[in-house]
Design a protein around this ligand. Structure first.
Ligand code: FAD
Length: 406
């Protein structure tokens, strides 16, 4: 048994162990993770790792020796299949039972899969783990044409990498614009134009009928209107399903994720949940119950749990932030734009340096900054404090945002 068992060795799980030791937690800690690798950064999987620019060793969250030095037991390549909250034990796929004092559930999610015919053919990929990226990279030399299904951040990033590598890329988005769920229309149109300028065939309102195969391998995607887009590789980026079945089966409240309170406690005693799988009331979404899929959220929730477990007071109240790299465009976002009633363009998208400022009832709720680090840094305060700002001033890039922060 361990005083703290952390299930999932990704961003949240790793940070929970790091923060516990930083807070001088003296008990035993184990991380049980189903991936074989030590905790690593996930974002490069659709960016610099996929493009070959960043080797895996440089993605490790800590040097290999760190974990032993901090007395964190790594039980890797092991999947947790069940939790018994009354007995304070969990079960792993290989038949072991492991006791815990407190349990931190940090399992993220598995990529949502297509259900249409051909979804399981060779050459059809999702991007969540190093193994996923390695499989894609091994095939890339034989790929001339790729179809990316899903115009969210991961799909767009993968499309950018493949286009830069000289592949002919078609991007299929079911909705009328890319990034529809996370960004305002001007940002969507900007990224669509950028991808087209880099040769990506962006198809909006595109419905996939099935993936066609030959001898078990994908050869193209058939659209609902009958058109076939030939491809040797298909990348599916249509979101994740939170990996919470064992917890829900043990009686934890939840559904689309496991429900947690401001201390990241689930409804089960001594069981916490953090990161992509944690359904929480978010202050920056007007208290709505949401899951956030970002490194920031995983880290900040991990820090909250570490403080609670070391007897401090803490509540999750972090401002959400995120980034995405496509071509030479560095997007940084702060706040949550969902529910905005105005989106103000600040700067010139044609110059590829601009921000989008989102307002709700006159107050700044979020910013998307493209190659605009200054706005990202200075605009943060506007979001954190929900400052009411004059739209005309916000639209004027000559007026620094810090001047509007009061
Ligand atoms: P994860 O990091 O996914 O870790 C969960 C771990 O738990 C995984 O190793 C999983 O295999 C394991 N696991 C699951 N179930 C079990 C089980 N039953 N037993 C044992 N182990 C289990 N965020 C950003 O902020 N910026 C970005 O630019 C960005 N880009 C991204 C690009 C890609 C390709 C991906 C996939 C994600 C990206 N994200 C980005 C999101 C970010 O990586 C996640 O929000 C973050 O990893 C969440 O951390 P987590 O600990 O909740 O989950």
């Amino acid at each position: 048994a361990y005083d703290v068992c952390i299930v999932g060795g990704g961003h949240g799980g790793a940070q929970a162990a790091i923060a516990l030791r930083q807070a001088k937690f003296a008990g035993s800690i184990a991380i049980i993770g189903d991936e074989p690798d030590l905790p690593y950064e996930r974002p490069p999987l659709s960016k610099e790792y996929l493009s070959g620019e960043k080797p895996f060793e440089r993605m490790l969250l800590r040097p290999p020796a760190f974990w032993a030095e901090r007395d964190v037991t790594m039980l890797l390549g092991r999947r947790v299949t069940a939790v018994d909250p009354a007995a304070h034990t969990l079960a792993t796929e290989d038949g072991a039972t492991i006791g815990y004092g407190a349990l931190i559930w940090a399992t993220g999610g598995s990529p949502r899969r297509l259900t249409c015919a051909g979804h399981d053919l060779a050459g059809v990929h999702t991007v969540r783990t190093r193994a996923d990226a390695d499989r894609m990279m091994a095939e890339l030399p034989r790929v001339a044409r790729a179809v990316v299904i899903g115009g969210g951040y991961i799909g767009l990033e993968a499309a950018a990498v493949l286009a830069k590598a000289g592949k002919r890329v078609t991007l299929l988005e079911a909705l009328p614009r890319v990034l529809a769920r996370v960004a305002g229309e001007p940002l969507s149109r900007f990224y669509e134009a950028e991808h087209r300028a880099h040769g990506v065939d962006v198809r909006l309102g595109a419905a996939v009928d099935c993936i066609l195969g030959e001898e078990g391998r994908a050869i193209g995607v058939r659209l609902a209107d009958g058109e076939v887009v030939p491809a040797e590789m298909v990348i599916v980026g249509i979101g994740i399903v939170p990996a919470v079945e064992p917890l829900l089966a043990a009686g934890a409240a939840g559904g689309n994720g496991v429900a947690v309170d401001a201390q990241c406690r689930t409804s089960l005693p001594h069981v916490f949940a953090i990161g992509d799988c944690a359904l929480h009331a978010n202050a920056f979404a007007d208290g709505a119950e949401i899951r956030l899929e970002s490194v920031q959220n995983a880290n900040d929730q991990a820090n909250v749990v570490a403080r609670i477990l070391t007897g401090e007071e803490a509540a999750y109240h972090a401002v959400p932030w995120f980034w995405s790299n496509q071509y030479d465009l560095k997007l940084q976002t702060v706040g949550l734009s969902a529910g905005h009633d105005a989106a103000i363009v600040r700067g010139d998208p044609a110059a590829r340096t601009f921000s989008l400022v989102y307002l709700k009832a006159g107050r700044v709720i979020a910013l998307d900054c493209v190659n605009m680090v200054k706005d990202y840094v200075q605009g943060r305060k506007l979001v954190v404090e929900g400052i009411a700002a004059d739209p005309a001033q916000l639209a004027d890039p000559a007026i620094p945002l810090k001047q509007l922060a009061g």
